[in-house]
Design a protein around this ligand. Structure first.
Ligand SMILES: [Zn+2]
Length: 288
């Protein structure tokens, strides 16, 4: 179990890594290395840790930031200078409300309290988001020219992290990375699926037989394309678990995580097979 010092250390390590990934993404932009639909592209690395971070790391909007209330006060959207204008935040608020309703319905979960969504920006203009679920703060880093739909797509994913925290409580912070990111991506559903009807269909169409090992960490690849692929594969795994084993089993599996690393959950105890066996069954389901 990590302590807060460890987490702070992680945060310091992540900043340069993230910057590197973003630079790499920008440099490689002309090449179609990311196969996800352009409006659902996963942002840079910090989002992968969202939902897993200690609340202390959340940087809340500055006191002089302005805010908009939405979803009957369940959402407070704030913006800092350099990101979206207040007018743009006002314009996007109804779309975020729709996204919240959608992910609550899709996951069968509901926010247990208000959430602050804080629009901010990184110097590099990198797009990413992070959910600091203990503090009920979602950060969305974006520059003013980011298409609003991309912001909403990411917020849908981050809101599912908050729903997961509200449902599983402290166990959420120890959740297996495969399941926490898989559930957030699966829960975002149409916001990440583009034209695909399911994550199974998405993975088959975009990755075919070129699958990455489910237990891999995207840090092993240091590429945004690989991170994207793992997120979609993990979402498809969640889809399979829900279909093959049911929601109650998925809930138990999620709660069994021993830390925010891939494969920390008790697959053998809950699903009857270790991750290797689960992966084999999942692959057979993907391409029967
Ligand atoms: Zn996430």
């Amino acid at each position: 179990m990590e302590d807060s010092l460890d987490r702070s250390r992680w945060a310091r390590l992540l900043v340069p890594l993230v910057a590197l990934l973003v630079i790499a993404a920008v440099l490689r932009a002309p090449q179609p290395t990311i196969v996800a639909p352009p409006d659902v592209l996963a942002p840079a690395a910090p989002r992968a840790f969202s939902g897993q971070l200690a609340a202390r790391q959340a940087t809340v909007a500055p006191p002089d930031s302005q805010s908009v209330l939405a979803a009957a006060g369940r959402l407070r959207l704030t913006t800092a200078s350099g990101s979206y204008s207040l007018e743009r935040v006002q314009a996007i608020a109804s779309s975020v409300e729709v996204a919240l309703d959608y992910v609550e319905q899709r996951t069968g979960l509901r926010l247990s309290g208000p959430v602050t969504i804080s629009f901010d920006r990184r110097e590099s203009c990198a797009l990413d988001g992070a959910a600091f679920t203990e503090r009920r703060v979602i950060m969305l880093y974006a520059c003013p020219d980011l298409p609003p739909q991309r912001a909403v797509n990411i917020l849908a994913h981050e809101l599912v992290h908050q729903l997961a925290h509200d449902h599983w409580g402290a166990a959420h912070l120890q959740a297996d990375l495969i399941l926490s990111e898989g559930f957030a991506t699966w829960g975002a559903g149409r916001y990440w699926l583009g034209e695909s009807a399911s994550f199974r269909a998405f993975v088959v169409q975009h990755y075919g037989a070129q699958l990455l090992p489910l237990g891999a960490h995207y840090r092993d690849y240091a590429s945004i394309a690989a991170m994207n692929q793992l997120y979609y594969q993990w979402a498809a795994l969640v889809e399979w678990i829900l279909e093959a084993h049911g929601r109650a089993a998925f809930d138990r599996l999620y709660a069994s995580g021993q830390g925010p690393t891939p494969a920390s959950a008790n697959y053998l105890g809950v699903l009857g097979g270790d991750l290797g066996a689960v992966e084999a069954a999942w692959r057979a389901w993907l391409a029967p």
